[in-house]
Design a binder for this molecule. Structure first.
Ligand SMILES: Cc1ncc(C[n+]2csc(CCOP(=O)(O)OP(=O)(O)O)c2C)c(N)n1
Ligand code: SF4
Length: 296
């Protein structure tokens, strides 16, 4: 088992909301990067909470890129380090789900394709939180956001969550993993593995957001755990396209137990035919359980 190193690269004093899963995710992720490192970060909550000029919560060289080019900036830094003969310093690229699965996907794809020695970490809070909770490609089916509100005709977000892990794997990326802040050591160990790999790697961490999802700040870990225990967020790792490790679920929970605790799904329990949407979400969980053989 990994002994957590004492050094913190992402320190307290930042301005995240109380109970922010993203802030915990970033702290844990950086615990896994044991070598000297340089990080990039796309515009989004992580950047806004941690670097209000002239302050910073980062103890490592850290660069704010644009919303769309965290991976491209990281790739450039890696190429420059290599040109200088530095093969030791690790480059970490960071982004929210919007920065990763939507606007930054082209740059990320190029970084994967060119084989840069960069670990990309996606902090997945399932919407564009920094600008006021707009839906992203990672927003799950039926979640309410300011751009996918439930109404007379609508049940919230109409699309299902984009599978960015599969997209990463399809590029032949050597290490691809999903993680959850409900399992802190797992986050650290996966980022450590990713950072030690020579070549591109991708880790997507599920980071519940009390402000955007509408739950009590003290419930962040419980919500994160329920996403895993309902099979809505499968936790697994892949090496060279093969799944090598899966977090199995004992007594999988019905999705209602996860949905009913969050305001973003409250319309499903009030509206006529909301039950049908809940059943569709249960089908997604059942499919995940089957695909990844999650049930113990
Ligand atoms: C090209 C461009 N479009 C839009 C924005 C405005 N913008 C800044 S952050 C952000 C949302 C970030 O969402 P996400 O990447 O999911 O990160 P989160 O804030 O949720 O952690 C948006 C839309 C921008 N900075 N640049
Ligand atoms: S809006 Fe959500 S992700 Fe952003 S700082 Fe607040 S809790 Fe964290």
């Amino acid at each position: 088992m990994t002994k957590l190193r004492e050094q913190e690269d992402f320190v307290s004093g930042h301005r995240a909301c109380a109970g922010c899963g993203l802030a915990l995710g970033a702290r844990l992720a950086m615990k896994g990067v044991e070598q000297d490192s340089i990080a990039t970060c796309a515009t989004g909550c992580l950047e806004v909470i941690s670097t209000p000029y002239p302050e910073s919560s980062w103890e490592i060289p850290w660069i704010h890129s644009l919303f769309e080019n965290s991976a491209s900036v990281a790739a450039g830094i890696e190429a420059a380090l290599k040109a200088k003969g530095d093969n030791e310093t690790k480059v970490i690229a960071q982004g929210g789900d919007g920065a990763t699965v939507d606007i930054g996907m082209r740059g990320l794809s190029g970084m994967f394709e060119r084989g840069h020695d960069v670990t990309y970490i996606c902090y997945d809070n399932e919407a564009y939180m920094n600008t006021g909770i707009q839906r992203s490609g990672a927003t799950p089916l039926a979640a309410s956001t300011t751009t996918s509100p439930p109404g007379k005709q609508s049940y919230g977000n109409e699309n299902t969550k984009k599978d960015a892990l599969a997209i990463a794997a399809s590029h032949g990326v050597g290490y691809v993993a999903s993680a959850s802040i409900a399992y802190p050591k797992d986050v650290v160990e996966k980022v450590k593995k990713a950072a030690e790999l020579d070549g591109p790697s991708y880790v997507q961490i599920h980071v519940p957001c009390p402000t955007g999802w509408g739950f009590k700040e003290s419930d962040t870990i419980e919500i994160a755990r329920l996403a895993v225990e309902t099979a809505l967020w499968p936790v697994y790792e892949m090496e060279n396209g093969e799944i090598i490790n899966i977090r199995k679920i004992k007594n999988r929970k019905p999705v209602e137990e996860y949905l009913e605790k969050q305001k973003r799904y409250k319309h499903l329990f009030k509206k006529d035919n909301g039950q049908q949407k809940i059943e569709q979400i249960q089908e997604i969980a059942n499919r995940n359980a089957k695909t990844f053989e999650l049930d113990k």
